[in-house]
Design a protein around this ligand. Structure first.
Ligand code: PLP
Length: 436
């Protein structure tokens, strides 16, 4: 990390260092997903060995309370007995068949039967192996259904590493995007219109200029990949109105918010029914699963019923489906009420410290930001505060608290947590801000 003004003590983690050095020789950057490399906080990634409930143990034997939760999937914590039992039962039978299996039918049935009353558009669902694949497939389906090419996305929302989503805004509003990663052809990014969040005018003007060409608007209705940029409900409603008027589809990317802020995710919370929704993380119970879901008339177009192709060797894998099914079965209204009350305890406790920092939160997703007003757009985030976060991250690590290794990432609560874990986080935050 550049301009690092604090010492990072890694003396208690020699085995992590050793493993990272080995990995660096054969894995680019030593990691299989960039943010794990600690580039924005500095230092060596911590190699974890095991987890139980809300605790992690690293390969050197250090323990942490886990506020990262594998980036969101582990709503019920590590190694929940209900999930382990379901997995063991499946492991005793087979790892993969490449044929349909009972678990995929049961998970699809459970998801649709419990989502549909809350989000009436969810009539069909198909599983993939990642959120990226779910988004890629939903976009293709939207294009196939509308016969149009352009997709509207928002700066500050992440939708996985789909080529056409790795795009930044071009110059001026309502212009076509430019690649935000090497290797993405301009012809792909040219089909993406990147708009700022929280800006009805930009949205109206994009639909005025390109309305007839727009296949879909995609948004994280709870943007949680670039801070937690909670949106005004009216803005989200405007997306629904404009897309409907223009004959475009509305896609809610609920890879993070799905099943986390209630079973029906953001669609239920805001009372807005998207045409398609994408899921990931929690729906796999800690295994690699994504899903896209939506109206039956749209899904009629998907192979093998229709001409839009989509597939996967390990899609609907029985082990992954068993884990997802077990986790979703655990999600009762009481679970969400308890997570909300833990979240409220955390937020009230943090705000009572009366700092120039504040907490954005929706249920069990939280994010610390510096400034008086909660940012609603990516360009409103105080970038200099990220240097302080890097310091905070290492301070917390030394006190046995594992936060996400980037100030742009959110934190997650899980059901094994209790008031004691929240108090420990608050005490450490108080100590850090008193000293810095
Ligand atoms: N969409 C959102 C909102 C995400 O947060 C992510 C990943 O964090 C993805 C899509 C991509 O999911 P995956 O990493 O499983 O490919």
């Amino acid at each position: 990390m550049q301009n690092q003004e604090f010492e990072i003590d890694e003396s208690l983690r020699p085995e992590s260092r050793r493993l990272f050095e080995r990995a660096l020789r054969v894995i680019p950057g030593g990691v299989n997903s960039p943010v794990r490399a600690f580039r924005s906080v500095g230092g060596t990634p911590v190699y974890m060995h095991s987890g139980a409930g809300c605790r992690l143990r690293d390969v050197d034997g250090n323990e942490y309370i886990d506020f990262c939760n594998s980036w969101g999937p582990l709503l019920v914590g590590h190694r929940h007995p209900g999930i382990l039992h379901a997995l063991q039962d499946q492991l005793d039978r087979a790892l993969s068949f490449g044929t349909p299996c009972e678990e995929e039918a049961l998970l699809a049935e459970l998801a649709v039967s419990r989502l549909h009353p809350r989000v009436p558009g969810v009539e069909r669902i198909r599983f993939t192996s990642s959120g990226t694949e779910a988004v890629m497939s939903a976009l293709r389906l939207a294009r196939g259904f509308t016969g149009r090419n352009k997709i509207v996305k928002f700066a500050g929302c992440y939708h996985g590493h789909v080529d056409s989503m790795l795009v930044k805004a071009g110059s001026g509003l309502a212009t076509l995007g430019t690649p935000d990663s090497a290797g993405v052809p301009a012809a792909f990014s040219g089909e993406t219109i990147v708009l700022p969040l929280d800006d009805e005018e930009a949205l109206d003007s994009a639909f005025l200029s390109h309305g007839d060409d727009i296949a879909a608007i995609i948004i994280e209705p709870v943007p949680a990949n670039n801070g937690l940029l909670l949106q005004r409900p009216e803005f989200l409603q405007r997306l629904r109105t404009l897309s409907e008027r223009a004959g475009a589809l509305l896609i809610f990317d609920e890879v993070i918010s799905g099943f986390r802020i209630g079973f029906g995710g953001a669609a239920e919370r805001y009372g807005i029914t998207p045409d398609l929704a994408t899921y990931g993380k929690i729906i796999g119970g800690g295994m690699p699963v994504g899903a896209f879901a939506g109206r039956a008339d749209i899904f009629q177009l998907l192979a093998p019923d229709g001409p839009v192709y989509q597939a996967g060797t390990l899609s609907g894998n029985p082990v992954a489906m068993s884990a997802g099914l077990a986790q979703l079965r655990l999600l009762t209204p009481d679970v969400y009420d308890r997570l909300e009350s833990l979240g409220a305890q955390l937020q009230e406790g943090f705000e009572s410290l009366a700092l120039p920092w504040h907490m954005s939160r929706i249920d069990s997703i939280f994010w610390l930001y510096r400034g008086n007003e909660a940012p609603r757009r990516a360009d409103q985030i105080d970038r200099d505060a990220m240097k302080v976060y890097a310091h905070l991250f290492h301070f917390m690590l030394a006190r046995g608290i594992y936060l996400a290794p980037s100030g742009y990432e959110v934190g997650f609560l899980s059901t094994p947590m209790a008031e004691a874990e929240i108090d420990r986080l608050l005490d450490s935050l108080r100590e850090f801000f008193q000293r810095n």
